[in-house]
Design a binder for this molecule. Structure first.
Ligand SMILES: NC(=O)c1ccc[n+]([C@@H]2O[C@H](COP(=O)([O-])OP(=O)(O)OC[C@H]3O[C@@H](n4cnc5c(N)ncnc54)[C@H](OP(=O)(O)O)[C@@H]3O)[C@@H](O)[C@H]2O)c1
Length: 254
């Protein structure tokens, strides 16, 4: 049996783990950072918590005689992706990455691109607005300095401590989110502007499509730079890549 470590924390990582487990010829471990308080159930054994940088991950790969490393982390989890590429080099373990493509603007989109939360706060401007923050709790704190705005904040885990602003509403929810529901939320909350990451995929695109319908501005974080490794855009393409990787040499024509 070949041993595979999947770096996860995304829906695709979970789906990929299930798909590869169904083959029956791989010994798979899924790794989570441990940030989410109630992570969803996973179809394969899970290990949780940081490795201690690239060297720590390289040591783990060697210690567990890993044959293949798959980086299926979130597109904005840039540090672990850089560590994964480096650990692959140190340990001499091949790496594949599942890189979900970002969304592209279409006619009617009103996007403002920014590099980080500080820039997003600046982009909101001075005039009070109704702002929908669809961000993780790490990024939300930056908005405290712009307390003239009213915020609706949706996150998987509670924002603790709450944002020190006079007007904030919290919604705890985990995607996928349907476009019709997103539109209803934007209208009910009288939202003027959304701040979000360009996550790509369908699960969180509903708010982008709904914003387009309603003519609402979207402040989008630019994608971070990720290391260049052999990659696939979705679970099916990645499963095929793994197929090729674990196939006997004669089947690959070697
Ligand atoms: N950033 C986002 O917007 C976002 C959104 C949804 C889900 N996630 C998921 O949440 C996790 C953390 O994201 P992040 O933005 O904090 O990442 P990050 O900034 O790239 O990583 C920070 C540190 O967290 C540890 N880590 C991250 N992912 C890990 C994993 N899958 N397994 C073990 N350790 C991991 C590593 O610690 P050591 O250096 O000690 O190994 C890494 O150096 C990732 O698994 C990611 O897929 C992130």
């Amino acid at each position: 049996m070949k041993t595979v470590l999947i770096l996860g924390g995304t829906t695709e990582a979970r789906q990929l783990a299930a798909r590869l487990a169904a083959r029956g010829d791989l010994d798979i471990t899924l790794s989570l950072a441990g940030r989410t308080e109630n992570p969803v159930a996973q179809p394969v054994p899970v290990r949780t918590g940081g490795f201690g940088g690239a060297q720590g991950l390289a040591d783990w790969l060697a210690g567990h005689k890993t044959d293949l490393l798959i980086d299926a982390t979130h597109p904005y989890a840039a540090r672990i992706s850089a560590n994964a590429a480096e650990a692959s080099r140190i340990a001499g373990v091949p790496i594949l990455a599942l890189r979900r493509p970002g969304w592209e603007p279409v006619d009617g989109d009103r996007w403002t691109l920014v590099d980080d939360a500080e820039a997003a706060v600046d982009a909101l401007g001075e005039e009070p607005r109704r702002v929908f923050l669809a961000l993780g709790r790490q990024e939300v704190a930056a908005f405290e300095r712009a307390h003239q705005h009213g915020y609706v904040i949706r996150s998987v885990d509670p924002i603790e401590p709450p944002l020190g602003v006079p007007d904030a509403t919290y919604i705890l929810a985990r995607g996928p989110f349907r476009e019709a529901d997103e539109r209803a939320l934007l209208e009910a909350q009288k939202i003027d502007v959304i701040v979000a990451k360009n996550s790509g995929g369908q699960a969180t695109y509903g708010k982008i499509a709904a914003a387009r319908q309603l003519g609402i501005e979207v402040i989008l974080f630019r994608r971070p730079q990720l290391p260049e490794v052999l990659s696939a855009p979705d679970v099916t393409a990645m499963a095929e890549m793994v197929d090729h990787f674990v196939a006997p040499a004669e089947k690959r024509g070697v």
